[in-house]
Ligand binder design. Structure first.
Ligand SMILES: Cc1cc2nc3c(=O)[nH]c(=O)nc-3n(C[C@H](O)[C@H](O)[C@H](O)COP(=O)(O)O)c2cc1C
Length: 335
């Protein structure tokens, strides 16, 4: 068994234990990105909610990815409660119709959707930010669970956990394989995850800084220029925080949260999105880096260059290999 062979590579039928998580903020994780990650040896998830306005657009995207790769890929179904049940039903139907190879769920308990998910008969990974949710997902029958720390971009959870703490904790709590994410971008991260007992490194922000990612070049520029301590943890007052690159909009949101709490910020988000849709998230595609919300992780501070996905994956694997060799050489010094 090779060092990079894990129960997760086996589950998805992939070469390397590298997962690109589903991402939606406008359009982020589309067919091009997921196919590129699959072609490079990992697995990428297209995020279904990117097309929540029209499920037929998701269907077009599935057709597109089938043309771009014959390697495994998946669809992320982010179970946001404000989305209508009928839309989720339509997504599960498409996954079945097009024999999508894998499904990822996230954001809420998958319990209400269990029958549909299990009925697909394909590998299922569920993502959580809390230990108790991970344990529950494993009990419900998820084939694998991802746990993320609050370093991550997107919705990192209200407990503000550290990846290095919740990763090994969940590994010890469940029998199913665990992917660990939040703050990783390279081969050192991959080795760290394997050392923690994880069976795949899970990343989002690193893949936003790729040539295949559809986000606006100005956002990619911002990503490679940002420092690690230039993100804000916004919307904590409403119980579902978002980590986003610090700009005048995140600062304004924090100010309103401090002065007016959840009601004030909910009103602000509904009324003012800086002229942008989805509460400012469409800035990921329009490039309005000051007025929009850019939900990128703090690991942006370690990413210095936009690269093709193939190169990103090759470098992660090569660096992991190098680190492992260096570490195992040290063993002999001690002996
Ligand atoms: C721009 C962006 C949008 C995201 N949107 C979603 C989403 O809609 N659903 C979801 O489950 N995770 C979402 N995530 C989280 C990622 O799938 C992944 O958990 C996270 O990026 C991992 O941490 P990292 O950013 O430090 O690599 C998003 C992340 C980013 C960067």
């Amino acid at each position: 068994m090779g060092f990079f062979d894990t129960r997760i590579t086996k589950l998805f039928g992939i070469q390397y234990p590298i997962i690109q998580g589903g991402m939606a903020a406008g359009l982020v994780s589309t067919a091009e990105l997921a196919a590129a990650v699959g072609n490079a040896g990992g697995i990428g998830f297209m995020c279904a909610i990117q097309w929540m306005d029209d499920v037929h657009k998701l269907e077009e995207e599935i057709k597109k990815i089938k043309d771009l790769t014959d390697k495994p890929y998946g669809i992320n179904v982010t179970l946001f409660p404000m989305i209508e049940a009928s839309w989720f039903d339509a997504v599960f139907e498409l996954i079945k119709k097009y024999e999508v190879p894998a499904i990822e769920t996230s954001a809420r308990s998958p319990q209400p959707w269990l029958e549909q998910i299990k009925g697909l008969g394909i590998p299922w990974i569920h993502k959580v930010a809390r230990i108790r949710d991970g344990v529950k997902a494993a009990k419900l029958g998820a084939d694998a669970v991802t746990i993320i720390g609050s370093e991550e971009g997107g919705h990192p959870g209200a407990e503000r956990n550290a990846t290095s703490v919740v990763g090994p904790l969940l590994v010890d709590e469940v029998d199913v394989p665990v992917a660990i994410g939040g703050g990783f971008c390279d081969g050192r991260g991959l080795v760290a995850v394997l050392a923690m007992g994880g069976e795949a490194v899970y990343m989002g922000t690193r893949f936003c800084a790729s040539e295949e990612c559809i986000i606006h070049p100005k956002v990619k520029q911002k990503l490679v220029e940002m420092a690690y301590n230039e993100t804000d943890y916004i919307l904590m007052s409403v119980g579902d925080p978002v980590r986003a690159v610090r700009n005048s909009r995140t600062q304004k949101i924090l100010e309103i949260e401090e002065k007016e709490g959840a009601d004030g910020v909910t009103k602000f988000m509904a009324e003012d999105s800086g002229g942008l849709g989805l509460g400012g998230l469409t800035a990921m595609n329009t490039g309005d880096v000051e007025q929009g919300i850019l939900p990128l992780g703090m690991v942006g501070g370690r990413i210095k260059e936009v690269k093709p996905v193939q190169q990103i994956v090759d470098e992660i694997v090569a660096e992991a290999d190098e680190v492992l060799q260096k570490l195992s050489a040290r063993k002999y010094w001690k002996a």
